[in-house]
Write a protein that binds this ligand. Structure first.
Ligand SMILES: O=C(O)CCC(=O)C(=O)O
Ligand SMILES: [Fe+2]
Length: 354
């Protein structure tokens, strides 16, 4: 495990007997941990391991379905609604941001798409979201899947509320609930991710990618990962370090909006998924990498939330670094527009990746 990514035990904060100074100490540790690398392992976060294991088992069951069944809940064309099943090659993660929706520019789109992301995903949001309604496979294809994943979504949101409050305390905001007015929880996203086995050489020569370097867009992200490895995080000197799986820990990272709110006191950092770290994770003459399953939970502001740097994070020496964003929704569309085609690509690369 990398010393660049600290571990914070969250139990003293969550404890029913915690006093203000216990809470403040944990909050301070979190903020310090998120200042430089923007990534932290959180232990004793209150989500039982058995529940996490069960979520991975639902994820495996979903991705084990045949393609035709998964395609009964297809991700809609374009980027405005990020829900349902994304087949391999549909999404191309990128860090290119332009001032306009670059999906209108075929040159940029084509350039970005020359290397496909070898992953498939299923996105779940709030059942009440009007902007991004959920898209489900038929109930009898995987009975219980919908109920389980939507309940897990709200379990994660409970922890999200505690972490946003803790970060607010650590940032020295006078009101720890201030940021909560922008976080109803209804705009979050639970993502089941499956990176199928792939020849190591294609990741090495970059003819294929698992997930290229990017920052997350929202407030904070939790990541549950299996034992495959391959998640890497950029350090201040530009190198990447492994964020290896740590049993029982969630990887938490800061998203762009919280970096903007906090005026860079908390860092939204680049990360990527590439080769698993250990040689024994490859098999056969093609050195196939093992499959990776991961489950990010994106905690994001509500669509209409303005993202304006907090007064408490502005000083004379450190004036506001970012212009205010009118709404999170606009930022989401801007970032999404370079990742999803507005034209619907055919799922023809599926056989190769399955
Ligand atoms: O699969 C992973 O470990 C990383 C996923 C990720 O960074 C993302 O979906 O934004
Ligand atoms: Fe990410």
């Amino acid at each position: 495990m990398s010393p660049a990514i600290p571990i914070v035990d969250f139990s003293p904060y969550l404890s029913s007997t915690a006093n203000p100074s216990d809470r403040a100490a944990v909050a301070q540790k979190l903020v310090t941990a998120c200042r430089d690398t923007g990534f932290v392992y959180i232990t004793n976060h209150g989500i039982p391991q058995s529940l996490v294991d069960e979520t991975f088992s639902w994820s495996r069951k979903f991705f084990d379905l045949n393609q035709e069944e998964k395609m009964k809940a297809p991700h809609p064309p374009g980027y405005a609604v990020h829900r349902g099943y994304s087949w391999p090659g549909l999404e191309k993660v990128s860090q290119v941001i332009t001032s306009h929706r670059s999906s209108d520019d075929p040159d940029i789109q084509n350039k970005l798409r020359q290397v496909g992301d070898c992953k498939e995903s299923f996105e779940v949001g709030s059942e009440e979201s009007k902007e991004q309604p959920n898209i489900w496979i038929p109930e009898d294809t995987l009975p219980g899947f919908r109920k389980f994943t939507t309940e897990f979504y709200w379990t994660c949101n409970k922890l999200a509320v505690e972490l946003i409050r803790a970060l607010s305390l650590g940032l020295g905001l006078p009101d720890n609930d201030y940021l909560m007015q922008f976080h109803s929880g209804h705009n979050n996203q639970l993502r089941l991710l499956h990176y199928p086995p792939i020849p190591a050489a294609s990741l090495e020569d970059q003819s294929a990618a698992r997930m290229p370097a990017h920052t997350d867009w929202g407030t904070i992200t939790f990541l549950f990962q299996d034992e495959c490895g391959g998640l890497e995080v950029q350090t201040a000197d530009g190198d990447y370090v492994q964020a290896e799986p740590v049993e029982g820990a969630i990887v938490m990272n800061i998203g762009d909006c919280l970096m903007r709110w906090s005026n860079d006191k908390l860092k939204s950092n680049m990360h990527r998924v590439t080769l698993p770290p250990a040689e024994d994770r490859y098999t056969g003459k093609d050195r196939m990498t093992r499959a990776r399953y991961s489950i990010p939970y994106f905690v994001v502001p509500d669509e209409t939330a303005p993202i304006k740097t907090l007064e408490e994070c502005i000083t004379q020496a450190k004036p506001a670094h970012y212009a205010p964003l009118e709404s999170y929704g606009d930022y989401r569309i801007l970032r999404g527009s370079v990742q999803y085609e507005s034209k619907r690509p055919e799922p023809n690369s599926i056989a190769a990746a399955a």
